[in-house]
Design a protein around this ligand. Structure first.
Ligand code: PGA
Length: 253
């Protein structure tokens, strides 16, 4: 059975001390929450990973994610952070292919496929992001865009390797804009993604894949989105910076 997941993506917003306070507050608030078959993830900047990992400790079903990983193994790549380094700091998951990385840092599906491979090799779960921009939604090419993002970034994986993948559908027009996809709009794409996986692999692989929605998810819409049959959780930007909001979204999962 696939897990429900609420993952925060802090982006480049908070410092080490602010992050430590945020994680402690969230963990205190969910201390008595039953997380069976659920996962809470903190997607922190690299510099906060160690400290956040220490606070999380070996709590069950709470994980630290990085927001990026190098596509290279090791060596002379100034400024890069390898998957091996992340694993050594207690990271369990990595966000790969966020639309901001695609748009501002030129990350192509091919580079993202390399990053997914690095994650796999180092036992990290990839949270692989896909999603269309507004024009692609308006001219109805969004499914074709998502299909190529999924095919080119993930379909080189074997069925067994695919167990280490979580997909996040994040319509770019809904990220940080306050505009959210309706539950029906999101459900349509999530079901479509699951069909792509079923066609490529099999029903079991598709059924076991957690597919998260991202794009202005907040306490007021989280329940409606996550109650859709193919929406298994959320990748949360803005609302993950506020402990009260993030906890409310966790409770809605
Ligand atoms: P948002 O960001 O929740 O602030 O829209 C989501 C994301 O980019 O992951």
């Amino acid at each position: 059975m696939r897990s429900k997941i609420v993952a925060g993506n802090w982006k480049m917003n908070i410092t080490l001390e602010e992050g430590k306070t945020l994680v402690s507050q969230v963990l205190n608030s969910i201390e008595n929450v039953d997380l069976e078959n659920k996962k809470v993830v903190f997607g922190t900047p690299f510099v906060s990973i160690n400290a956040v990992s220490e606070i999380v400790g070996n709590r069950e079903n709470v994980f630290v994610a990085s927001q990026n990983v190098s596509s290279f193994d090791k060596g002379a790549y100034t400024g890069e952070v390898s998957a091996e380094m992340l694993t050594a700091c207690g990271v369990k998951m990595v966000i790969i292919g966020h639309s901001e990385r695609r748009a501002y840092f030129g990350e192509t599906n091919q580079v993202l496929a390399d990053k997914v491979n690095m994650a796999l090799k180092n036992n990290l779960t990839s949270i692989y992001c896909c999603g269309e921009v507004l024009d692609e939604r308006k001219n109805d090419s969004f499914k074709a865009v998502i299909k190529s993002q999924i095919e080119e970034g993930l379909f080189h994986l074997s069925k067994d390797e695919f167990k280490n993948i979580v997909v996040a559908y994040e319509p770019v027009w809904a990220i940080g804009t306050g505009e959210t996809a309706t539950p029906d709009q999101a459900q349509e794409v999530h079901a479509y993604i699951r069909t792509l996986i079923e066609d490529k692999y099999d029903t079991e692989t598709a059924d076991n894949l957690s597919i998260l929605y991202g794009g202005s998810m907040k306490p007021t819409n989280a329940k409606d989105l996550m109650s859709m049959s193919d929406i298994d959780g959320g990748l949360i930007g803005g609302a993950s910076l506020n402990p009260k909001d993030f906890v409310e979204i966790i409770l809605a999962m």
